[in-house]
Design a protein around this ligand. Structure first.
Ligand code: NAG
Ligand code: NAG
Ligand code: NAG
Ligand code: NAG
Ligand code: NAG
Ligand code: NAG
Ligand code: NAG
Length: 438
């Protein structure tokens, strides 16, 4: 009853917004020149497009499509995930369609014709109240913890299952083990379990109870979503739901939390060396392209780096739009796997300048969701010049200034926005769900 009323109010708001033109701020043509079609490359097309936009209240989404060949429906998250077009919030069949975004929040759009949604004609839009980048859910204040030692990085808030949330996963227990596999948990980190009140809970249990799915005597049960659990001690943690059959059906998560003294990720050792063979050079990464998700994929930055030689003392400048990208230095393993959970360094302000102070390999990406997977990554080798005359540094004494504290020299750095990251897992998982439902 209350649900129906809420929905009715929501629909009214949307319809009102459709006729409202005065508050328009920015027009976003969905997919740009691609328009609103079944995208050739699958759902990544629109998620990429959306990740490069900032949606504010009052902005207009234009779905540009040919009447009769496509349509657009605004649906609930559940319907979006399942590509269920049975009961859309709003359906428009005559293109092009303008939709004004009436308030902050997440909006879900799909094409309802044939298998269009399953094939990737779907779009999630995260509308922020401000002009800043989207963040959801809000990160909690620093947890009241008793750290064993200084953590190797700032505490991270993990949303369990990312967009999937905390449910009985369609694919069985592999869903949460996959989610946890790429992550490192340290004392001080927080887990957020998102679920529908009254349909799940979060129970912390012993290993034996976890293995046997005996949920009769859990250590702790949290029944209200979002349930936040700060990991205050190192060791193994086991979570499930006490609802009937949930554990057996795969709603279970096991993680190992590390104290920070011995296990922190460390950048590969580099050898400090004396002098560059020429005056230091400042490189603008990507030149005019700047630092973004490159249209053509990862080849953009490897091609850019290909004909360049980097020496100790050179500087990289990453030019990007504040709030839409960042620059993270990561390990080779993290670079290869696009695991941006624990970067060595993150710079969030453009232009980000990095002076290469030691020889060795450097790996850069952006911690924003999907950016790494889509090709925003740069690997370079920095050469020391052991053969260069020791005195050559004196010729350019003020041209560069290596930082004593670490490999990077920069004015600013701050915490990663990766707490809201939608990992490849989710993309993969959506395809699993899709397959499952087909
Ligand atoms: C909408 O699509 C048509 C046909 O592809 C194209 O000619 C037109 O320029 C598009 N409009 C916008 C605003 O992109
Ligand atoms: C699709 O959604 C409708 C209600 O919106 C529901 O009745 C129906 O069972 C759903 N279909 C599937 C396949 O989930
Ligand atoms: C959509 O909005 C844009 C920008 O306000 C406007 O130019 C265009 O005519 C509108 N199209 C429709 C179909 O309302
Ligand atoms: C669950 O219930 C709590 C307390 O009633 C409420 O604050 C919260 O918003 C609810 N969460 C969801 C996801 O409905
Ligand atoms: C950085 O990008 C902006 C906008 O694209 C451009 O105006 C500026 O010249 C660029 N700066 C450098 C150093 O390339
Ligand atoms: C990014 O933000 C910094 C600090 O607020 C500012 O100095 C800089 O000009 C901004 N860069 C761009 C490209 O907007
Ligand atoms: C860096 O050097 C290593 C070893 O010499 C090589 O395997 C790798 O391809 C180089 N990377 C780049 C980006 O040139």
């Amino acid at each position: 009853m209350a649900k129906t009323l809420t929905l009715a109010i929501f629909v009214t708001t949307i319809l009102a917004a459709l006729h409202q033109t005065t508050v328009a701020q920015e027009l976003h043509v969905v997919g740009d020149s691609l328009g609103w079609i079944v995208p050739p490359g699958g759902p990544i097309a629109y998620s990429t497009w959306a990740s490069l936009q900032t949606f504010s209240v009052g902005d207009i989404l234009m779905f540009n499509f040919t009447t009769g060949q496509q349509d657009v429906a605004m649906v609930t998250k559940e319907a979006y995930d399942a590509c269920n077009s049975t009961n859309p919030i709003l359906l428009q069949t005559t293109g092009p369609v303008n939709i004004t975004l009436p308030s902050a929040g997440l909006y879900y759009f799909i094409g309802t014709m044939d298998t269009h949604c399953f094939l990737g004609q779907k779009l999630t839009v995260d509308v922020t109240g401000t002009s800043g980048p989207a963040t959801s859910p809000a990160a909690p204040p620093p947890p009241p913890m008793v750290p064993v030692a200084t953590p190797p990085r700032a505490p991270v808030t993990y949303v369990v299952g990312d967009e999937l949330g905390w449910i009985v996963p369609p694919g069985g227990p592999i869903a949460y083990s996959t989610w946890a596999a790429g992550k490192t948990f340290f004392v001080g980190d927080t887990l957020v379990f998102n679920f529908q009140n009254g349909t799940q809970d979060v129970a912390e249990v012993t290993k034996a109870a976890y293995d046997s799915c005996d949920t009769t005597t859990p250590a702790t049960v949290l029944t209200t979503s979002p349930a936040k659990i700060t990991l205050t001690t190192s060791g193994d943690y086991f979570f499930t739901s006490t609802y009937s059959r949930h554990c057996f059906l795969g709603q279970k998560l096991a993680i190992t939390v590390m104290a920070s003294t011995t296990s922190g990720p460390t950048p590969p050792p580099r050898t400090p060396v004396p002098a560059p063979p020429r005056a230091p050079v400042t490189y603008v990464v990507g030149d005019k392209l700047g630092w973004l998700v490159p249209p053509g994929g990862p080849i953009a930055y490897s091609a850019w780096a290909y004909d360049k030689t980097f020496f100790v003392g050179d500087t990289l400048v990453f030019n990007f739009t504040n709030g839409t990208q960042d620059v993270a230095e990561v390990t080779q393993a993290a670079f290869d796997s696009c695991n941006t959970a624990t970067p060595t360094t993150i710079l969030t302000t453009s232009p980000a300048k990095i002076t290469l102070t030691t020889a060795g390999s450097y790996f850069f990406t952006s911690t924003y969701p999907r950016h790494c997977f889509l090709g925003q990554k740069l690997a370079i080798n920095v050469t020391a010049t052991s053969s260069s005359p020791p005195g050559s540094i004196a010729e350019t004494p003020n041209a560069y200034s290596p930082t004593a504290g670490g490999p990077l020299s920069s004015a600013s750095s701050s915490a990663a926005p990766s707490t809201t990251a939608i990992s490849l897992f989710c993309v993969t998982f959506l395809s699993i769900v899709t397959t499952f439902l087909l």
